[in-house]
Write a protein that binds this ligand. Sequence first.
Ligand code: SF4
Ligand code: SF4
Length: 324
Amino acid sequence: MHDTLARLEKIPFPALRRSRLDTLQINVGYRCNQSCLHCHVGASPHRTEEMSGAVTDTVLQFLERRRIATLDITGGAPELNPHFRSMVTAAREMGVRVIDRCNLTIFEVEGQQRLPEFLAGEQVEIVASMPCYLQDNVEKQRGKGVYDVSIRGLQRLNALGYGRDGSGLTLNLVYNPLGPSLPPPQIALEADYKRELHERFGIVFNNLFTLANMPIQRFGAILLSQNQFDTYLDKLLHAHRNENLDGVMCRSLLSVDYRGYVYDCDFNQMLDLPLARRGRDRIHLSDLLDEDIAGNPIRVAGHCFGCTAGQGSSCGGALKEAAE
Ligand code: SF4
Ligand code: SF4
């Protein structure tokens, strides 16, 4: 990973500053029931890092004090954090929109079988990874047996009303390419997913988000080991579009690690590039309870071209289409 960062920091990227903060994205730990090839977090069942109750309390305080509209919870498998459910309930009671980045296979893990009912009861939005509608492609990226479990998970969510018009329960899927290529156009791929998943399994969902693979963590290491790192970076760089700069997620989102330290985005968190403020090495979320960080410079480097290449990429999918 350090090799990746050293190379990325040498690549200049246009200067960016933060605007109004509307989303707190928290990583509640690296433990996951899966260990996917392209995981930019490097999550697996063997990781033990997780957000403590003291930090989730600070998160709730921050949401209230700074009047943050959206709490976006990621991991690992976020639901494995012992404070996940109490934090979700408290955030929902404050009227905060809550997003759970869910891997779908978690619903069949011991102790998590009633998770879909909990999420529906709290009207949590689900963003679920589904790298393809075809079994072979899903299992190449996420492991053998994952496809069938994911399909059963989607069917359970649909049975609760997720993805269905008028239910108020949002189910979005995430696609990312298998290899070092840019994602295809989001609107066309969403239509394919909707048709195929409905015809094959009767599954419905709201939106498909297409995300570019970031040249960091496990994927970055694979690129380096296969001597494809520079080629992939060139591809991202040549596809850069200035008009995507306004919409990059770091302008309105703050990323928090399991210890409570803050970053401009989840990718910077994984690269260990903390938010730059007042010359301090690291800033904790508790330091920002009474501070407005609008205007703060954003720490950019070569990986940022993953957000601005082509149709653009953010945790809410393509930038151009997302904005339309
Ligand atoms: S399910 Fe998600 S968090 Fe877990 S290993 Fe796969 S990509 Fe990483
Ligand atoms: S990787 Fe993307 S979201 Fe993160 S700082 Fe760079 S442009 Fe912003």
